[in-house]
Design a binder for this molecule. Structure first.
Ligand SMILES: Cc1cc2nc3c(=O)[nH]c(=O)nc-3n(C[C@H](O)[C@H](O)[C@H](O)COP(=O)(O)OP(=O)(O)OC[C@H]3O[C@@H](n4cnc5c(N)ncnc54)[C@H](O)[C@@H]3O)c2cc1C
Length: 412
């Protein structure tokens, strides 16, 4: 016998952890469970469709299932189809790598108005997540609130011409939505000053390649701090870029205090850095201000009661990694260090030969589980259907994914 480990979540942190565990102890039984029929979490459903280079990490993760012996078990929501307690009883260790899927809210009046959309929901719709809401109407003058990389992703996508989506995996519905948006201006607004913005300077510089925009940066200021200076330098590079018809404006130091409108949002009210008020007209207000726990796993209570939250140990035989452990911060590669440290802890704590628990046998009989081969069939169908100028067309409904995952040879 060998120890059996269940990892809940097949996003980057779950995959990096499985990789680290199997590298250290190749005979371990590692099951990577995901509530979706497909693996890779936000690499598939968060990373922007026009950043295929970033999505390339999937090739590395595929080796985990194809060569290192990890098993993918998709379409199984923990604490919905199977309880966390049952899973813990069956495995020597259970690791929660389930991310943080909820959008943080602004907590200001008017937030519930039509035309106000949070970035998590919106990026899920853009990435054709099976549970995503419909793509919203944004009107001619959307405002993006937030200064992190997700805000910049949204800005870039909304500012692109149809030709600039070449090579992406934006599906026909998303491509048509972007092409027909009719956006004339886009304002991106940060609460903090420009030097303290959260975006990566590389992401800002990339905007300097956009063809259909004119970019203005207002009130970025200057700073002696080296990190702030890098951000300011990136903003200086794009300030004044282009003569395109879409006007993109960066603003800083504006704290939203209310959203107003009759049937839908029309005005965003801000407090300025000097305590004054500024009112900005908008046809949609998109918030990209971070993520929080949501869903069946009761993350906040588990982390609050953790034996060693910092080290990723929640309880005996129960661990956490990635965004689920440390909050919604950090890029895909940053989950790797987390996973490597946690793998060491787990391997030091569980018996290498296992304790004879049933492991994946308790999953037998659960309906509609998707194996890695099932995912490969979905993947093959998506890439085979890609039209000219796209690298795949995502299947966007769970029912179709399940049908494909079970497809017999002739349906492939
Ligand atoms: C919109 C967006 C864009 C981003 N773009 C980039 C980028 O370009 N480059 C970059 O480096 N980083 C990017 N990031 C950050 C990066 O995505 C995260 O660092 C990383 O995905 C966190 O990994 P994770 O495995 O902890 O969580 P996730 O990727 O969220 O994976 C969690 C997985 O757990 C599953 N799950 C959740 N609940 C359950 C349950 N109850 N049972 C079973 N499974 C469950 C989910 O389906 C999901 O597959 C982006 C993040 C967002 C939100």
């Amino acid at each position: 016998m060998t120890a059996q480990i269940a990892i809940v979540g097949a996003g980057p942190s779950g995959c990096y952890l499985a990789q680290a565990l199997l590298k250290a102890q190749p005979d371990l039984q590692v099951d990577v469970i995901d509530k979706l029929p497909v693996p890779y979490g936000l690499v598939r459903y968060g990373v922007a469709p026009d950043h295929q280079g970033t999505k390339g990490v999937i090739r590395q993760f595929a080796r985990l299932f194809e060569r290192q012996g990890a098993r993918f078990i998709g379409n199984l929501a923990v604490n919905e189809q199977i309880s966390l307690d049952d899973l813990r009883a069956a495995y020597d260790a259970v690791v929660l790598a389930a991310g943080l899927p909820g959008d943080r809210s602004l907590g200001i009046p008017g937030e519930d108005l039509a035309g106000v959309h949070a970035s998590g929901q919106l990026t899920q719709a853009i990435n054709e997540h099976p549970e995503a809401a419909d793509l919203p109407r944004l009107g001619k003058h959307p405002v993006i609130m937030g200064n992190g990389n997700v805000a910049i992703d949204l800005l870039r996508l909304l500012a692109k011409t149809p030709e600039e989506l070449e090579g992406s995996d934006a599906g026909p519905g998303v491509s048509a939505w972007l092409a027909a948006s009719g956006i004339e201006s886009l304002q991106i607004i940060g609460r903090s000053q420009a030097g303290q913005a959260k975006f990566d300077p590389v992401m800002v510089k990339e905007l300097g390649k956009l063809a259909g925009v004119t970019i203005r940066v207002e009130g970025a200021g200057d700073s002696d701090d080296p990190e702030a200076a890098k951000k300011l330098a990136a903003l200086a590079v794009i300030d004044g870029h282009g003569t395109g018809r879409r006007l993109v404006t960066f603003r800083f130091g504006l704290t939203p205090v209310a959203l107003e409108g009759r049937d839908r949002v029309e005005t965003a009210v801000f407090r300025t850095a000097d305590g004054g008020e500024e009112r900005i007209s908008c046809t949609a207000f998109l918030t990209a201000i971070g993520f929080r726990a949501e869903g069946a796993l009761e993350r906040d209570a588990l982390v609050a009661g953790a034996e060693d939250a910092e080290g990723g140990k929640l309880d005996d035989g129960l661990y956490a990694t990635g965004w689920f452990r440390r909050g919604p911060r950090g890029t895909i590669p940053e989950n790797r260090a987390d996973a490597q440290a946690l793998a060491k802890t787990i391997l030091a704590e569980i018996p290498a030969e296992g304790s004879g628990k049933p492991g994946r046998a308790i999953l037998e009989g659960l309906p509609d589980l998707v194996s890695y081969e099932g995912w490969q069939r979905i993947d093959a169908a998506e890439t085979a259907a890609a039209p000219e100028g796209r690298c795949r067309v995502k299947i966007s409904t769970r029912a179709r994914m399940l049908a494909l995952s079970k497809a017999s040879e002739e349906l492939r």
